[in-house]
Design a protein around this ligand. Structure first.
Ligand SMILES: *Cc1c(COP(=O)(O)O)cnc(C)c1O
Length: 854
């Protein structure tokens, strides 16, 4: 018989163990080595069976074992110690508390997925895991942030591989009570319920689960509540459910419901209202419309004023340079929702316009969530230097007439949470060598303190562990696929921990090129089966359930790996998720990444590998383009000149084989006293250098200082004195937009420029500008100057000098002047331009208004 519902009955904890409840209820256990170990030691076998989750563990342990533990003094002492440590962690001052200057009061961070731990599968890939790491580092740094997402009843699917090599999916249902989540309740004890009014007389209700991620609350909205109709209960049934309207409902719940959930949470807990809203990718874009609606209804602002206020406090992070990765909905569907009364007192047509692709090359029939995100977020960024540049190009049409370099999208390179991703054995080494127990730091700048022997020892230990885990997984998968209860014997010799091990695991969209390594199967076979210096490859990856082309790639790899010639040297590990990732990355020698440049916005698996002393072998894309330095791994050259895709893939695959054969293999197998010294030199350099840059601590500090602090300041400035500045800014924007078509540079007088200029001369410039009623305070007239290329284009490192108004307008023309000392030599050029200027603009060109002298 199959139960239709399951739930957990918790045993009673003795007083001496009561703190276990608190420890289990805070997800810090997942990155605290000591707390994790504490739960595991209670019953290591059961720990694995309950999916390594403390709340489930406490539910499953049974009174007898609990009584035993309660009588075990050393265990009780450890419980006390861990609970004191958690308390100190939750209350003490951290980096943010010691930060000087104005700071945000509260940041609301929205994401459609959060990858916190393997036992909370609310993610599908890098975007979600990044969000989880963002919360954890915010916690470690003391940043006052609240995460906002959805609770999917069936989270990330479990993958198995059939005998035919085809991916199968299953969706285990999650019980939030048994996992360590609590329901958000009002002061009177009743669950908080969020409601949205939808077209066709429908109401969408949701409850709110709270997961405590260290110091950070994560609010997860769940439509599984008795007040919903059957249809509405299904809204949060699974991650990125269906297409079209189902997905739209999820995004409305996330954005609109998310703001309402944050309001309720602040009311219940007394936290200040957020002054910064950060949306991780475009899915939560409707949060901005909800906040505009609040400002219009409660504070009496007009549409444009509310827009100015919301923009000032919103940070939007774009994550994909792949247009197909951006959510777009039919325009008419969105119009239907906007007209339904979902957003009180918002002009539906004006709201709709915020997401339309009304630019050259856009599709007028769709509503684009990235466009909405960029219109509603005055602070926008991509996730690596290269991705920032690509995004400026990709979204440049939103700012027509603006040079691509100036498009107001900056970048903050992603990072990963070291305490989560560094293997416990390696953490043990650094605790001994650097004395950083419980510090959550990952600082290997003193790497010389760890001997080659010790470093190689721990690397080998991690490899051994991976080989064991791989054998277990492959055996389980083979038994599941065949229905037999023994696994084929060859699996016992699968892989060899002494062989050079390359790992490759990721989602399987086409651009990641899962099967690039199969381009030349003979050559790959030779590398794998070399009698003296072989290579072995571990592969993992899930295809989106609806994406058969991805499943075909997986099948090709699985089939190749079953060929007896290479079997055991190339292995597909099913069900790639956080749990597998934590064993997989540290157990490899090399982490491979071969996306189609520049489609990998950042990539983070290589960073997690690097923190474990793994060397990267990657196309120069995403983060690797920025941080590859010739000593921390290898760069696969891109075949930018190839005449077609086939040729390009052939060339890049061949470069990949060459690197493995001529660089990796010789370095890895060169031994001195059994130890690959040159290899370890690269490992040490990787740990020292990337150990600092690649962490999400660095990333979150960047977000705070470069985006959150400015956003909070803009929010406060606009909000002060009854939104005086918000009204003023909105009026300014409308004024300059109306006047702009007639603003022009009538003439530039360069008679002050010496004929034979030489360094040290001064250049006098007078620009005559028609302002069409704008004041000299509304605009900046700038001289842009620097070296020029053969097409007279100013170099991108050109400088800018502001010209001053030389008196009142005369006949509609205002004169602006300036004198520039000439210090650079060579071919020199300049131009004059007019831009709007206002203290509350973040970028001088964010309004898309600029006029050049002609
Ligand atoms: C880190 C991680 C990812 C993202 O890796 P990319 O390199 O960005 O593709 C995906 N899935 C899991 C389980 C991860 O741990």
């Amino acid at each position: 018989m199959k139960a239709i519902r399951t739930f957990t009955v918790r045993p009673v904890l003795a007083d001496s163990l009561a703190a276990l409840d608190t420890l289990a209820a805070n997800w810090r256990w997942s990155w605290s080595r000591a707390t994790h170990a504490l739960f595991e030691t209670m019953d290591p076998k059961l720990w694995a069976e309950v999916g390594a989750n403390p709340a489930r563990m406490l539910g499953a342990l049974g009174q007898t074992r609990l009584d035993e533990l309660a009588a075990d003094e050393s265990f009780v002492a450890r419980v006390r110690e861990e609970s004191e440590r958690l308390n100190a962690y939750l209350t003490g001052d951290r980096w943010f508390q010691n930060l000087e200057g104005p700071k945000p009061a509260h940041i609301a961070y929205f994401s459609p997925e959060f990858g916190v731990d393997g036992s909370l599968p609310q993610y599908s890939g890098g975007l979600g895991i990044l969000a989880g790491d963002h919360l954890k580092s915010s916690s470690d740094l003391g940043v006052p942030l609240t995460g906002v997402g959805l609770f999917y009843r069936a989270g990330y699917f479990r993958q198995s591989i059939g005998e035919d090599g085809w991916q199968r999916e299953s969706y285990p249902l999650l019980d939030p009570y048994g996992l360590g989540l609590t329901l958000l309740r009002d002061a009177d004890g009743s669950p908080v319920e969020i409601s949205l009014t939808l077209p066709h007389d429908r109401q969408l209700h949701a409850r709110v689960w709270v997961a405590d991620i260290g110091r950070i609350p994560l609010l997860l909205l769940d439509s599984e509540t008795p007040s919903n109709t059957e249809e509405m209960r299904r809204v949060t049934d699974r991650l990125y459910g269906g297409g079209g309207e189902h997905r739209l409902l999820q995004e409305l719940l996330l954005g609109v419901g998310g703001v309402r959930a944050v309001r309720a949470f602040c009311r219940v807990t007394g936290r200040p209202a957020p002054d910064v809203y950060h949306t991780n990718e475009g899915h939560a874009g409707f949060q901005g419309l909800e906040r505009m609606s609040e400002l219009i209804t409660l504070d009496g602002l007009a549409f444009d004023e509310a827009l100015a206020q919301v923009r000032a406090s919103t940070v939007f992070t774009t994550h994909t340079p792949v247009p197909a990765g951006i959510d777009r909905f039919p325009r008419d569907l969105i119009r239907d929702y906007l007209q339904s009364g979902l957003f009180a007192r918002i002009d539906p047509e004006r709201a709709l316009a915020l997401g339309l692709e009304d630019y050259a090359g856009g599709d007028g029939s769709v509503f684009n969530m990235a466009v909405l995100g960029l219109h509603l977020g005055q602070h926008a960024n991509g996730v690596s230097l290269l991705h920032g540049a690509v995004s400026r190009g990709m979204f440049g049409q939103l700012w027509p007439g603006i040079d691509t370099e100036e498009v107001p999208i900056t970048s903050i390179t992603n990072g990963v949470h070291a305490p989560t991703w560094v293997h416990p054995a390696l953490k043990g080494v650094s605790e001994r060598a650097f004395g950083d127990a419980h510090s959550d730091r990952h600082d290997w700048r003193d790497a010389a303190r760890v001997s080659d022997e010790e470093l190689w020892g721990v690397r080998s230990q991690m490899k051994n562990e991976l080989v064991g885990e791989a054998r277990r997984r492959v055996a389980a998968s083979a038994m599941q696929a065949s229905g037999r209860d023994t696994a084929p014997a060859w699996i016992e010799d699968l892989l060899d921990p002494t062989i050079l091990t390359i790992g490759f695991a990721r989602r399987v969209p086409t651009y990641k090129r899962l099967t690039l390594m199969l381009r030349d199967p003979e050559r790959l076979t030779r590398l794998l089966t070399d009698p003296e210096r072989p290579v072995q490859i571990l592969i993992g990856g899930k295809s989106h359930p609806a994406d058969d082309s991805g499943k075909i790639l997986i099948q090709q790899l699985v089939k190749f790996s079953r060929d007896p010639k290479v079997r055991g040297r190339i292995v597909f590990l099913p069900d790639y998720d956080i749990t597998l990732a934590k064993t997989l990355y540290p157990g490899c020698d090399v982490w491979l990444n071969n996306p189609l440049r520049p489609l990998e916005a950042c990539g983070t698996s290589g960073m997690k590998a690097a923190l474990n002393g793994v060397l990267n072998l990657s196309i120069l894309d995403g983060w690797w383009d920025e941080w590859y330095d010739g000593k921390n791994g290898w760069a696969i050259p891109t075949a930018d000149n190839a005449s077609n895709d086939e040729e390009r893939d052939d060339a890049e695959a061949s470069a990949l084989y060459d690197l493995i054969e001529h660089q990796l293999v010789p370095t890895f197998y060169e031994r001195d006293g059994g130890i690959p010294r040159r290899w370890l030199e690269m490992v040490r350099h990787t740990m020292t250098d990337l150990g600092q840059k690649a962490t999400s601590d660095r990333m979150v500090r960047d977000y705070v200082t470069r985006l959150y602090v400015p956003a909070a300041q803009h929010d406060a400035a606009l909000r002060a004195d009854g939104f005086t500045e918000a009204r003023e800014l909105a009026a300014f924007v409308n004024r300059v937009k109306a006047a702009w078509p007639k603003v022009h540079v009538a003439n530039v007088d360069s008679s002050g420029i010496p004929q034979q200029a030489q360094a040290g001369d001064r250049m006098e410039v007078r620009a005559y500008v028609a302002l069409d009623g704008l004041s000299t305070g509304d605009v900046a007239v700038e001289l842009a100057y620097g070296r020029t290329d053969e097409n007279d284009k100013l170099a991108s490192d050109h400088a800018v000098m502001r010209l001053d108004a030389a008196g009142p307008a005369d006949g509609g023309i205002t004169t602006f002047t300036g004198a520039l000392p000439l210090t650079v030599t060579g071919t020199f050029g300049y131009t004059v331009r007019v831009i709007p200027t206002h203290p509350q603009l973040v970028s001088p060109v964010e309004l898309g208004l600029v006029t050049y002298a002609s």
